[in-house]
Write a protein that binds this ligand. Structure first.
Ligand SMILES: Nc1ncnc2c1ncn2[C@@H]1O[C@H](COP(=O)(O)OP(=O)(O)OP(=O)(O)O)[C@@H](O)[C@H]1O
Ligand SMILES: [Mg+2]
Length: 288
């Protein structure tokens, strides 16, 4: 693999408390290249915090330490806020779950996309507008001129999510961190939005960190999957191997998914073994 975009060694995220501290992320190491890496794991396992730590957007109360946290050779831990502002939204973009919280409700969609571009690129308004319209077309919005003039509440959820993707892609970032970007959408629209994201990141060779609860989705959509449990990475494997996962936790997550072709009477809840917290990561790489 080429030099990875993200190189993290031994990342810890701790919330100090008066009586007891919480270690939300407990010594994880990972790399992300120009590939689609899925991060799965149950609620509270530390997926979002890991994504936010990369952009240094974790809550103020979080204590973040690592032996290394590099983005494209830049030491993020040492980077001052000024440098982080230049990285955020320009070289690394983050797509969040719900566009309602990320789009400005009072500003026309076109202006928001143009602003996302002009924040980091010195171009004329006419040029920014041309690019914003092209980007709306790239995310398969049929009538870009009309949507350009609309306000966020005037578009559907699926369209809002596509607009978010347009906004995040227009600065041509090297890495996108997508935190449950489609969980607010219904199943058919979800696949549609993902295939657009896929088309654009694959064409540009953008790295993607795709955080999701949905193991099936990740197995189809990503190249590689990291399985998190209680702040640790339990397993790291090619996505298409997910259904042959070895770790009992990953197996339990897979078994607890409802399946249309095998209706179950009762959904199983994964059982846990305290010994998992001290195990080594199961790593499987492609033999290429
Ligand atoms: N501001 C905070 N103060 C204290 N603890 C926090 C705070 N934010 C997160 N945590 C802790 O960090 C853990 C991991 O949070 P994180 O948001 O990364 O989970 P997640 O894997 O993204 O879960 P979900 O799937 O529900 O989004 C939580 O279980 C919680 O204990
Ligand atoms: Mg989360």
């Amino acid at each position: 693999m080429d030099k990875p975009l993200i190189d993290i060694r031994d990342l810890w995220i701790r919330f100090p408390g008066v009586h007891r501290s919480i270690d939300a992320v407990r010594g994880i190491s990972l790399t992300i290249g120009r590939e689609k890496v899925g991060i799965v794991g149950e609620s509270g396992s530390g997926k979002s915090l890991t994504g936010r730590a990369i952009l240094k957007l974790a809550p103020n109360s979080a204590r973040i330490t690592a032996r290394r946290m590099d983005f494209d050779g830049i030491d993020l831990l040492a980077a001052p806020e000024r440098k982080m502002r230049a990285i955020r939204g320009n070289r690394i973009s983050m797509i969040l779950q719900d566009p309602k919280f990320s789009l400005n409700p009072l500003m026309r969609i076109g202006n928001q996309i143009m602003e996302a571009y002009r924040l980091h690129h010195r171009v004329s308004i006419a040029e920014a507008k041309r690019r914003a319209l092209a980007m709306l077309e790239a995310v398969h919005i049929r009538d870009p001129e009309r949507v350009f003039m609309q306000l966020p509440h005037e578009v559907s959820g699926g369209m809002g999510q596509r607009i978010m993707i347009a906004m995040m892609l227009i600065p041509e970032p090297d890495l996108i961190i997508a935190d449950e970007p489609t969980s607010a959408l219904d199943v058919t629209v979800r696949r549609q939005v993902l295939s657009i994201l896929d088309e654009l990141v694959t064409r540009r060779g953008t790295g993607l960190m795709f955080i999701s609860h949905d193991l099936n989705l990740v197995a189809d959509f990503c190249d590689r999957v990291l399985v998190m449990y209680a702040g640790r990475i339990m397993e790291d494997m090619p996505a298409r191997e997910l259904h042959n996962a070895q770790h009992p936790y990953t197996r339990a997550l897979l078994n607890s998914l409802p399946r249309l072709d095998h209706p179950v009477e009762e959904l199983r809840v994964p059982s846990r073994d305290p010994a998992w917290l001290h195990e080594k990561v199961i790593e499987r790489r492609e033999n290429v």
